[in-house]
Design a binder for this molecule. Structure first.
Ligand code: SD4
Length: 328
């Protein structure tokens, strides 16, 4: 049996459990409290979440630090040459320059991010350095690059990856700016995790929208938009058209909805509902959210079909399709 089928079968079995002492009918009529989630757990967006989760899991086991884990996990994607939306191999902006955004956050409110940064192979580690070594939360552009140099980060040559160069050359023929759902623009990695002691952390890293205007910054480095983590409640991360996510402060919104009692799933659904209401041309916009509460329950929801995520627990690392507002 495939891992995904096995996982689905297990979840179905879980929801069919009866309460001892009640007949089948009574048990069906009684609202059964959703089974508590599991700890530790690490979640990340899209297919590349599988290798990223594997690295994060290994790091968690090695150091016991969830912060180390969420950094190590997305560093894997930052080096993935197949991925055209994360790291320096990502598709460039309209001028042919690749600029990166990243953020990292702990459940105690510590956070750091970098935006519109060039020549840095691991923006997530730079975001962590902003969090740990400066009095600030966010550095952008040339200032972020200067800080990277001062911190001893190697500067990479500004040269497009062979795959990105081919795509950019094709794009230049028409030079049309038209984001395509789930194809060129939707491979950002957002990772959120909960450790065995109940602490939460998250990370998010991207090269942003392909062929964006030079200087454009998306949701991923904006605390509360692409990522938000609070040990009292839970964590959320986002992927998709950053402008639509910033407009509703997506990740913060989900955490606050969970604080008011919604499940991670219900909170993600409400965020998508709001995003759909606040954005024009919604048929051309994909956005997806992934959330976890402090009990380890998970939620995920997207505007359009096609969003999936990877979930690592003690019982394995599996890919799961998220439901969506619009149906296929
Ligand atoms: C951005 N949210 O820069 C990112 C892009 C993305 O999956 O998530 N792609 O708008």
């Amino acid at each position: 049996m495939s891992q995904r089928r096995k996982f689905i079968k297990q979840s179905l079995l879980g929801s069919a459990l009866l309460i001892p002492g009640l007949s089948t009918l009574e048990a069906q009529a009684t609202p059964v409290k959703k089974a508590a989630g599991t700890k530790p757990i690490i979640l990340s967006t899209w297919n590349h979440g599988i290798p990223a989760n594997a690295d994060a899991w290994a790091k968690l086991k090695e150091t016991g630090s969830l912060l180390d884990a969420v950094e190590a996990g997305v560093r894997n994607t930052e080096l993935d040459l197949e991925n055209l939306s994360v790291g320096l191999q990502g598709l460039p902006d309209r001028e042919g320059i690749t600029t990166l955004d990243a953020s990292i956050m702990l459940g105690d409110g510590s956070c750091g991010s970098v935006a519109f940064v060039r020549q840095v192979k691991h923006p997530i580690s730079l975001a962590r350095a902003v969090m740990e070594k400066t009095p600030h939360v966010m550095l952008a552009g040339e200032g972020a690059r200067q800080f990277a140099i001062a911190q001893g980060f190697p500067m990479e040559k500004e040269k497009l990856s062979p795959k990105a160069q081919v795509e950019y050359d094709k794009w230049k023929v028409t030079s049309q700016y038209k984001p395509i759902i789930n194809v060129e623009n939707h491979d950002t990695i957002g990772m959120i995790g909960l450790d065995a002691s109940g602490k939460l952390a998250g990370s998010c890293t991207t090269s942003g929208l392909a062929y964006k205007m030079h200087g454009r910054i998306g949701d991923s480095p904006i605390i509360g938009a692409g990522l938000f983590v609070d040990d009292e409640v839970g964590a959320a991360t986002a992927t998709g058209l950053g402008e639509s996510i910033i407009r509703i402060c997506g990740s913060f919104l989900i955490v606050e909805l969970m604080r008011q009692g919604r499940s991670p799933q219900a909170a993600c659904e409400e965020a998508v509902r709001r995003l759909v209401a606040k954005n024009k041309n919604i048929k051309d916009i994909q956005a997806g959210f992934l959330a976890i509460n402090k009990d380890g329950e998970v939620g995920a929801y997207a505007v359009h079909p096609g969003f999936n995520y990877a979930q690592a627990t003690e019982s394995g690392n599996v890919l799961i399709d998220a439901a969506s507002h619009f149906k296929a």
